[in-house]
Design a protein around this ligand. Structure first.
Ligand SMILES: [Zn+2]
Length: 348
């Protein structure tokens, strides 16, 4: 199964984080490209897609015109903030954000026509909302790609977001769309962005198409295994014909921003689940998302890509032992899933 990786030379430097996190963000992309991509290329049918900037009006699939103009303007001025403090403006931020979206958008079109697996390391900007930036995200490439696919005849699109943070922007933009959105994330007092509870189930055509799996801190692999079984159950019922993944690696143990305790085992199990869908011919479009341990995150992406394509590479992992959570945490997750199972049984 062919794997397409979107790349542009500027992808080494694109980061919408504050300066203190820039090296961590770009580091994951650089390590992936310099170290893991050659390994994948030597073992798998992998092709690099040269990203070209797409038409700007594509941004309007997910964002309002006023916001797009605002980003264009601050990009020209080159100072200030794009939101309330997380996402700084800098000269050229508009063009860079458009280039990041372009990778995901191009892959969506390729995969729609030819199937296979795609990966945009500079994608997964799930905190960008319809009319605001947020959490190091400027334009929501996931929502843009999903709307584009939907308008081009793809019927049953599923978005699966396993970044440690709730995909609040994706949820907000697509809340009323008949696109399935599943987000698993850490959830606790003061943790960004604070949304993503189990009762946010979608509205209108999106009713029952928005599923949040909030994990208590500090959940480990055993909790994620429960989450994963439920994601699989929902996907089985939904019969997706295109899956978009936000493959953030910040739920991994030791992440400096998060505090969950997943290991290789969770990402490995997640990929094996996706590989079952891929082997049925369902295109899988993966995006990079967050993750602030460059060496770990770059390796996780490589591990996932290989496994989703049905050819896991032993050197990439899993190399960790499974993490175990306190019984109270496991129980809390079980009851959240049970609640969701009951709710969705009526409507999905
Ligand atoms: Zn995150």
């Amino acid at each position: 199964m062919e794997i397409l990786v979107a790349w542009h030379k500027e992808y080494r430097d694109i980061s919408f984080t504050p300066p203190s996190l820039k090296d961590r963000w770009t580091g994951s992309r650089r390590v992936f490209y310099d170290r893991f991509l050659p390994l994948l290329q030597s073992m798998l049918p992998l092709r690099i897609v040269e990203v070209r900037p797409i038409q700007e009006d594509v941004l309007l699939l997910a964002h309002d015109e006023k916001y797009v103009s605002f980003v264009r303007e601050v990009s020209r001025i080159g100072v200030g903030l794009l939101d309330y403090g997380d996402t700084p403006a800098f000269p050229g931020v508009y063009e860079k954000a458009l280039l990041a979206v372009s990778g995901t958008f191009m892959l969506a079109d390729f995969l729609r026509e030819r199937g296979g697996i795609g990966f945009n390391p500079q994608g997964g900007f799930h905190h960008a909302r319809r009319s605001s930036a947020g959490g190091f995200c400027v334009f929501n490439d996931i929502a843009i790609a999903a709307r584009h696919l939907s308008r081009n005849g793809v019927q049953r699109i599923a978005i699966v977001d396993i970044d440690a943070h709730h995909g609040d922007g994706t949820q907000e933009i697509l809340y009323r769309d008949a696109i399935l959105k599943i987000s698993s994330h850490g959830y606790g007092y003061g943790f960004y962005p604070g949304t993503g509870w189990i009762d946010e189930l979608g509205e209108g055509e999106g009713q029952c198409r928005n599923i949040n799996l909030p994990m208590p801190f500090p959940s480990g692999d055993d909790v994620f295994r429960l989450v994963l079984a439920f994601i699989d159950e929902i996907l089985e019922r939904y019969h997706p014909d295109f899956i978009i993944v936000q493959a953030g690696g910040d739920a991994y143990k030791g992440d400096p921003l998060v505090g969950l305790r997943l290991t290789d085992n969770s990402y490995y199990a997640f990929s094996l689940m996706l590989s079952r869908y891929a082997s049925k011919g369902i295109p899988i479009l993966m995006t990079g998302g967050g993750g602030y341990q460059p060496e770990v995150v770059a390796r996780l992406w490589a591990l996932m890509l290989a496994c989703v394509s049905g050819k896991c590479i032993k050197e990439l992992g899993p190399i960790d032992r499974e993490t175990v959570s306190e019984p109270g945490i496991v129980k809390a997750m079980q009851s959240r899933i049970e609640h969701l199972r009951k709710k969705t049984a009526e409507c999905l």
